[in-house]
Design a protein around this ligand. Structure first.
Ligand SMILES: [Zn+2]
Length: 379
């Protein structure tokens, strides 16, 4: 069965203009497992756009060979609003310029939305419960009236992903190594995916506090299982955010290799038949997200890094010097240290900061006191 392409119109924001979401579908609608992949929800994070271009080709070949066993939904350009936002020549793709905030925050709590509706319909049949909950989530989303262009985008994306078995949201950091965000319920189930991708960190949090896109589809299952402990409710949607290194790590060879890694994972999930090679040796263990230090600058100035990406550091090591060039040289340099011991996972590319800006992420193993009780993701 060849690929099908749907074009979903967004709510028109001004007369005479229109935007649409382009969706590529492989396999039979309703076949399981259903895998949903999207790129560039943060619209200035471009690696995923090129990765899904290469994955599209691999899936077309698989469709020609008749080896798509499940359903694969590809949204290679998930944020047409943000992809069109430029400000004075710079791509501004993280926040909606219409005041809608961070594109990857404040997604709806689908567990809260459907809990009352499913309460009377749950039984001892686990598969039946999965079907009931998926149906209720889709029904809830279909019943929403879009109040803005952004809202129409959110409803369209959520409507495509809500009943999937696997949801992968492709992002990137500023300068970074490959990593993956998951809820703990999907570890070690996602270990082969992490190994295929060559992840250098897998960061686990029950609730990162930001209502990100991936958690919108993973947490309903864990939350409903907690709310209805007498009924079997599995973690039926393996949803994760894949951080495809840094924003400049965009080239055909890298993207092709990442697409092949994702294709092997699609085979392991059973969405595509065939025997993938054994996953490469894992390059990391999973760690708690609250053990990763997001090292912030307390002052403004020029960033002079004391470490490199991938370096192992010890708590107390200097990550960067922040230089205020208006001060006499002996007073101009402030050291910023890591509170975690571990791998330097990300750095920033623009080497000038204001107070509070993140300089680095360091992947520690032990939960950090200052990371408790607040949101674990950046704004
Ligand atoms: Zn992002």
């Amino acid at each position: 069965m060849p690929a099908r392409c749907d074009r979903l119109p967004l709510l028109t924001v001004s007369p005479g203009t229109s935007r649409e979401l382009v969706v590529h579908r492989f396999g039979r609608a309703g076949a399981r497992p259903k895998v949903y992949l999207q790129a560039a929800l943060h619209a200035d994070e471009t690696p995923g756009l090129l990765v899904l271009h290469h994955l599209y080709r691999l899936l077309e070949e698989a469709a020609r060979r008749g080896t798509i066993a499940g359903e694969v939904v590809l949204v290679p350009y998930a944020n047409p609003i943000g992809l069109a936002q430029f400000s004075n020549g710079d791509h501004a793709g993280r926040y909606e310029q219409g005041g809608g905030g961070n594109f990857n925050r404040n997604w709806p709590d689908l567990a809260a939305a459907v809990a009352d509706q499913v309460a009377e319909r749950l039984t001892d049949d686990e598969a039946g419960n999965v079907a009931v909950i998926r149906g209720a989530m889709l029904e809830h989303l279909a019943g929403q009236q879009a109040a803005s262009e952004l809202h129409s985008l959110r409803l369209a994306l959520a409507g495509l992903a809500a009943d999937a078995d696997v949801v992968l949201d492709l992002h990137c950091d500023d300068q970074a190594l490959m990593h993956l965000f998951l809820v703990p319920a999907h570890w070690p189930a996602a270990a082969d995916l992490a190994a295929d991708l060559g992840c250098r960190a897998v960061l686990l949090a029950e609730d990162s506090g930001g209502s990100s896109f991936d958690e919108t589809f993973s947490t309903p299952w864990t939350r409903l299982a907690e709310r209805f402990p007498d009924y079997p409710i599995p973690p039926a949607c393996l949803a994760g955010t894949v951080e495809l290194r840094g924003r400049s790590d965009v080239d055909d060879a890298t993207a092709r290799a990442d697409a092949e890694a994702l294709f092997h994972s699609l085979q392991r999930f059973g969405a595509v038949t065939g025997n993938p090679p054994a996953p490469p040796t894992a390059r990391c263990e999973a760690t708690r997200l609250d053990a990763t230090d997001t090292v912030r600058s307390p002052v403004a100035g020029v960033v002079a890094y004391a470490v490199e990406l991938g370096q192992e550091v010890t708590a107390g090591d200097t990550i960067a010097w922040i230089v205020d060039p208006t001060q006499p040289p002996e007073a101009a340099r402030s050291a910023v240290v890591s509170q975690a011991s571990g791998l330097v996972l990300s750095l920033r590319s623009h080497r000038y900061v204001r107070p509070g800006m993140v300089l680095a992420k360091v992947v520690g193993k032990e939960p950090l006191a200052h990371r408790q009780g607040g949101p674990l993701l950046e704004d």
